[in-house]
Design a protein around this ligand. Sequence first.
Ligand code: AMP
Ligand code: MG
Length: 413
Amino acid sequence: MHADARAFPVGLSLAEAQARIVAVAADHVAGTDSIAIESALGRVLAEDIIAPFDVPGFVNSAMDGYALRGADLDARTATRLRLIGSILAGGDEVPRVEPATCVRITTGAPLPRGADTVAMKEDTRVDGADIVIAPGTQPGANVRAAGEDYHAGDRALGAGMLLTPARLGVIASFGHAHVVVMRRLRAVLLTTGDELVPPGKPLGFGRIHDSNRYSLGALLEQHGVELLRHERLRDDPPALRDALTRAAGDADIVVSSGGVSAGEADYLPRLLAEVGQVHLWKVRIKPGMPFLFGGIGRALVFSLPGNPVSGVATFLALVRPALDAMTRCRTRGKTLRARLTQAVRKTHPRVEFLRAALACDESGVLHATPLRKQGSGQLRGVAEADALIVLPEAAQDYSDGTVVEVLALSGVS
Ligand code: AMP
Ligand code: MG
C-alpha cells in the first residue's frame, strides 16, 4: 500500500464518485468552435438552433401528379380535368389552375395558384388533352403546408445534442454552412506495465499484447475525443512521473491504464499525488474498483485499472460522465431496462457490471442474458456483449425476470 494515498478518500459509491468527477469536470468545460457542417458529424452542438424561416418555405406538392382544385373532385366517380400546363420542382413559372383544369406537378414544386389538392400520378390516366382522376382523392390531399416541418422561431435543436446525420440536414435546410460545436477534448493515453508488447511484435514469456491501447483509444475516439498520442510505459516511477507531467501539459485529459491497484508495481496513486492532486481513489464497483481520478494543472487524469474489462467499465461509468460534462453533452449513454433471463446471485456490496447479451422478444420486451465469461481479465465477455447489466450495491439474489438497468455497449447511444 502507498502510505500517501491512504490519506485520500477511498471506497466511494459509484454515485458519489460520478458526482465528484462531474463536479470537477464542470469546471473544465471546453471552448467552442465554428466548423463546416460537413465536418460536424458526431460533434456536440454548442448553441440552440432556431428556425430562421418556415420550412418548407412555400406550399408545395408531396407527390408527383396533378395539381387541381379540390372542389372539382367528384367523390363517387372519376373526374375529368383539362391539362393546362406543368410545374416541376425548381420551376419558377407558376401557372394558375382554373375550375375544371389541372397542372402536372412534381414533388417539391410550388403549388399553382388556385390549386389546393394534388392527385398522385398512380391514381390518374391521360386521355388525350385531359387527365382522368380515379375517385378517392380527398380535397387538400398531398399538399405540404408552408412551415409544416418548422415554423420560423421554433427551437429546432438544443445545445448539448450530438449531431446526427438528420440534425446536420436540419441545420443545412436552415441555410447554415457552419455550426458552433464544443471543441474536441484532447487526450493523451498512457498504457503501463512491464508485460506489455505492442501488436505486431513477438511475445516473450509472461508477456501480453497491449490491448488496452486499442480498446481505450477506440472508446476515446468513439466519444469524440482527439487522441494526441499514446505512450506505452514500463512500471518505472521516474518514467511514469515524467510521462504524466508531459501528458498533462499537452492534453485536456490524461487516461492511463494499469498500475493503480495495490500491487508492488502500482505506482500511479503515489505519483499522481506527487505531481498533481488525487480527487478520489477506489470506487465500490466490480470490476474496476482501483479507479483513480485526479488532476495535474488544468488536465484531468483518469487512471484505469489494467484489466481489460475494468478499463471498458470504468471508462463508461466514470470517464464518460466527465467527457459529457466537459463538452456539455446531454444525450449520451442513456441506460435502458431489461429483464434478466436467468437468476443472478450477487454476494458482494459493490455495484456490479455484468457482461450481457440483449434480445427483444415479439412483445417488445428487452431481455438481458449474462454471458459466461465474467472475469475482469476476460475481454471475450465484453467483446461478445451488447451491454453491461448494472446491479446496485447491495448483495442480493436476483430471480429470473427481474428488471435491471443496462448500459448499451454498442457505440454512442
Ligand atoms: P494492473 O492494473 O497493472 O495491475 O494490471 C491488471 C491486469 O491487467 C494484469 O493482468 C495486466 O497484465 C493486465 N493489463 C495491464 N495493462 C494492460 C494492457 N494495456 N492491455 C491488456 N492487459 C493489460
Ligand atoms: Mg501493471
